[in-house]
Ligand binder design. Structure first.
Ligand SMILES: *Cc1c(COP(=O)(O)O)cnc(C)c1O
Length: 224
């Protein structure tokens, strides 16, 4: 790798500062020694997408790390991360939200979550389509769940070199956020995050209104 982990983090943090956005260091597949290197450089938010890997890393690393779960989460695995996870980025169903609430309650905690919009063209991406999302927010009694806080939205753009397409997908997510912020979430001060942008597209995401970028390979190097 051309740059050390610490240099990469500092460079990215400097780019985020004018936007007041936060960095989630995506450490999936990487050994704890590399996470510690980032930690010693001041990084405190780490993102993982496998439950077992997250649990193992959390057990062996400093307790003031804020752990974010960024991938698709199966309902039957929520219980393993509920005792400590800070933010779950990709809530894509009412049943998953209910399960998170139930497990958070059992741990006497409140877990923060983001609603995942499907903004990419590709079929493979998880998330709720626009109609599904608005139907969910209108029909389900999410306001009654005391042990989850919906803090905003999350999305992944199409994996493509077409910058215009990526930009317009990020802008759509931003528009959804604004729309929800001025309707269903008007009185929710905690509703303020737009999680979008990865190593290849985070500059476009920031320009479109991202408040949280999820960056892995630009910090830790490419994954096997
Ligand atoms: C792996 C992953 C990232 C980071 O990807 P990089 O291209 O390595 O920066 C971001 N978000 C999600 C949901 C991921 O799974």
């Amino acid at each position: 790798m051309a740059h050390s982990i610490c240099e990469s983090i500092q460079t990215i943090q400097a780019e985020l500062a004018p936007y007041d956005a936060r960095l989630v260091a995506v450490s999936k597949t990487k050994p704890t020694a590399l996470l510690l290197e980032a930690y010693n450089c001041g990084q405190r938010i780490f993102g993982e997408n496998r439950v077992q890997e997250l649990v193992e890393k959390a057990e062996s690393l400093p307790t003031d790390i804020e752990w974010h779960f960024i991938g698709h989460l199966q309902r039957n695995k929520v219980k393993y991360i509920a005792p400590f996870v800070d933010l779950i980025h990709a809530v894509d169903s009412w049943k998953l939200l209910q399960e998170i609430d139930k497990r958070a309650r059992a741990n006497d905690r409140v877990i923060k979550v983001l609603l995942q919009f499907k903004i990419a063209e590709e079929d493979s991406k998880y998330g709720m389509g626009d109609k599904e999302m608005y139907r969910f927010l209108e029909q389900e009694d999410w306001q009654s769940l005391d042990h989850v806080t919906i803090c905003g939205v999350m999305g992944m753009a199409t994996f493509t070199d077409n910058q215009d397409q990526v930009r317009s997908e990020f802008e759509r997510l931003s528009d959804h956020f604004q729309r929800l912020k001025s309707t269903q979430f008007e009185d929710h001060d905690d509703f303020r995050e737009v999680s979008m942008g990865m190593s290849g597209d985070y500059q476009l995401a920031l320009a479109a209104g991202s408040t949280m970028v999820r960056i892995g390979s630009s910090i830790f190097g490419s994954r096997a």
